[in-house]
Design a protein around this ligand. Structure first.
Ligand code: MG
Length: 422
C-alpha cells in the first residue's frame, strides 16, 4: 500500500493582480495548472481544466485514465472557450500526478502539457521528469540554445503546447514506481523562473514537512521577485507497496506523436511576444533527460527467472529422491535381518529407511552370508528382497537337514581300533 503525505501552496506573487494558477490535491491526484488568456480567461481555464481532470480520473485509476483525464480537461477548456467570446483563446498548462494501478501494482502516473513541471527528489538529488513544451526549452533540447541562454531568453514563455487551445492535445506521460523516501514536486513557472533548481533542491532537502517545503518554496520565489503566480505541490512517498519491495524505475515516455504543435503565446503575461525565428522548435520528442536511477527489482523477467530456477532445483531434488528411493537392499539391524528402502550408505541427504523387519537373525542363515548383509545386499525390488531373505533361510534349513541325515565321517584311527578290538 502506497502512503503519501503532501503539502501545497499557491500565491498571486508580488506583481500580478490575480492568481490564474490552480492546484489540486485529493490524496490520489495532484495537479498544477497555470492559466492564461484574457482578463478572466486564465483563471477560468486552469480551474476548468482541474475540475475536468478530477472528474474523469475518479472513474478509473490507470495511466490511460489519467491521459484521458488530461484530454478531457483539454476538451472542457476548448469547448468553453468556443462558447464564450470573452474566453476565446484561453488555455492552461497542466501537470498532474495520480496514484494509478498497473498490473495490480500501485504506481504513479504523470501527465504534462505546457511548461509547468514535475520534479523528483530522490536520495537528495533533484531531477526534472517533465519536458517543457516551450520554444526555448525545445531549442535547448535540440542543442540550438544553451541552458544559460534559455534562462533570460525573451521568448521563453512561448508555449508550443497547452490545454484548451485546440480540440485535441497530445499528452506526455510517464509511469514511475513510488519509492519510499522519494519526493515529487509539481510547480508552475512562477517558481522556476525565480528559484533555480539547486535552490529548489536545497529547500526540498531542508524541509521534511511537505507543507513547510511548499510554503518555503513560494516564499523564496516571492522574495526573489514574485513576478508571476506561484504554485507548488509537494508529495512525499511515506510507504511504497514494497518498502517491503524497494523499487523505483525509470520513467517511461509513452507518447510517440511527433506532429508539430501550433505555438501558443501566453499573451496576457507576455503581450505580443513575437514568434522567434532564430530557431525552430524541435519536432523530435525525446525521452525524459533526467531518468531516475533505480530499477524495478521485481520485473516480469526476474519473476520468470526465479520460477525457472525453482523448477530446475525442484527437478533435481526429484531426480535425487527417485534415485535414492527407487531401490532396496537386505541388511542387518544388529543381528536382525531387515529390508531397507534406499541405497546402502544413503544418497546425499536421503538415508535408507527400514521397510520390513523380518523375524530372522544371523543365527538362522549360513555364516558366510553375514558379511554381504552387513554391506547391504542390493535387490531390484521389495519383493525381490523378501525372496532373497526367504532363500537364505531355506538354504540354511536345507543345509541343516542335509547335515542331520548325513552319517558322520568315519575316523581312520577309530576304525583301526574297532577292527583291532573286533
Ligand atoms: Mg505562470
Amino acid at each position: 500500500m502506497t502512503r503519501l503525505r503532501w503539502g501545497s501552496a499557491t500565491d498571486v506573487g508580488r506583481v500580478r493582480a490575480n492568481n490564474q494558477d490552480h492546484v489540486l490535491v485529493t490524496g490520489s491526484l495532484f495537479a498544477v495548472a497555470d492559466g492564461m488568456g484574457g482578463h478572466v480567461g486564465g483563471e477560468i481555464a486552469s480551474q476548468t481544466a482541474i475540475n475536468a481532470l478530477q472528474k474523469e480520473f475518479e472513474k478509473d485509476s490507470s495511466i490511460d485514465s489519467l491521459i484521458k483525464s488530461a484530454k478531457n480537461a483539454n476538451k472542457a477548456v476548448w469547448q468553453r472557450s468556443q462558447k464564450e467570446a470573452n474566453l476565446k483563446g484561453m488555455g492552461t498548462t497542466l501537470t498532474a500526478v495520480g496514484l494509478i494501478k498497473n498490473n495490480n501494482e500501485e504506481e504513479l502516473g504523470i501527465v504534462n502539457v505546457g511548461d509547468s513541471r514535475a520534479y523528483l527528489l530522490q536520495n537528495g538529488e533533484l531531477s526534472q521528469i517533465t519536458e517543457d513544451h516551450s520554444l526555448v526549452e525545445e531549442a535547448v533540447r535540440s542543442g540550438q540554445l544553451s541552458a544559460e541562454e534559455a534562462i533570460h531568453h525573451s521568448s521563453r514563455h512561448i508555449l508550443t503546447r497547452a490545454i484548451g487551445i485546440e480540440q485535441d492535445v497530445e499528452v506526455d506521460n510517464w509511469i514511475i514506481l513510488p519509492y519510499k523516501g522519494d519526493r515529487i514536486l509539481l510547480c508552475s513557472d512562477g517558481l522556476i523562473n525565480e528559484v533555480d533548481d539547486s535552490h529548489i533542491a536545497q529547500i526540498l532537502r531542508e524541509h521534511k514537512d511537505p507543507q513547510k517545503a511548499a510554503d518555503f518554496l513560494v516564499e523564496k520565489a516571492k522574495s526573489n521577485g514574485g513576478s508571476d503566480n506561484i504554485s507548488v505541490v509537494v508529495i512525499d512517498i511515506l510507504e511504497d507497496e514494497v518498502s517491503t519491495k524497494a523499487t523505483s524505475t525509470n520513467p517511461t515516455s509513452l507518447s510517440v506523436d511527433s506532429t508539430p504543435h501550433k505555438n501558443v503565446i501566453d499573451d496576457l503575461e507576455y503581450p505580443s511576444a513575437a514568434p522567434i525565428s532564430s530557431f525552430t522548435p524541435s519536432k523530435n520528442k525525446s525521452k525524459p533527460l533526467h531518468a531516475m536511477p533505480k530499477k524495478k527489482i521485481f520485473t516480469l523477467r526476474v519473476v520468470i527467472f526465479i520460477f525457472l530456477l525453482l523448477l530446475v532445483i525442484g527437478g533435481a531434488i526429484g531426480v535425487v529422491d527417485w534415485y535414492a528411493k527407487d531401490s532396496y537392499f537386505v541388511g542387518l539391524k544388529k543381528n536382525q535381518i531387515v529390508i531397507f528402502q534406499g541405497r546402502p550408505g544413503g544418497v546425499l541427504w536421503f538415508k535408507p529407511q527400514i521397510v520390513d523387519k523380518t523375524p530372522y537373525n544371523t543365527s538362522q542363515i549360513l555364516a558366510f552370508h553375514i558379511a554381504s548383509l552387513e554391506a547391504g545386499q542390493k535387490e531390484p525390488s521389495f519383493s525381490a528382497s523378501k525372496r532373497f531373505v526367504h532363500n537364505l533361510i531355506k538354504e540354511a534349513k536345507q543345509q541343516k537337514t542335509f547335515a542331520a541325515n548325513t552319517p558322520p565321517p568315519v575316523n581312520a584311527s577309530s576304525t583301526t581300533t574297532s577292527t583291532g578290538l573286533g
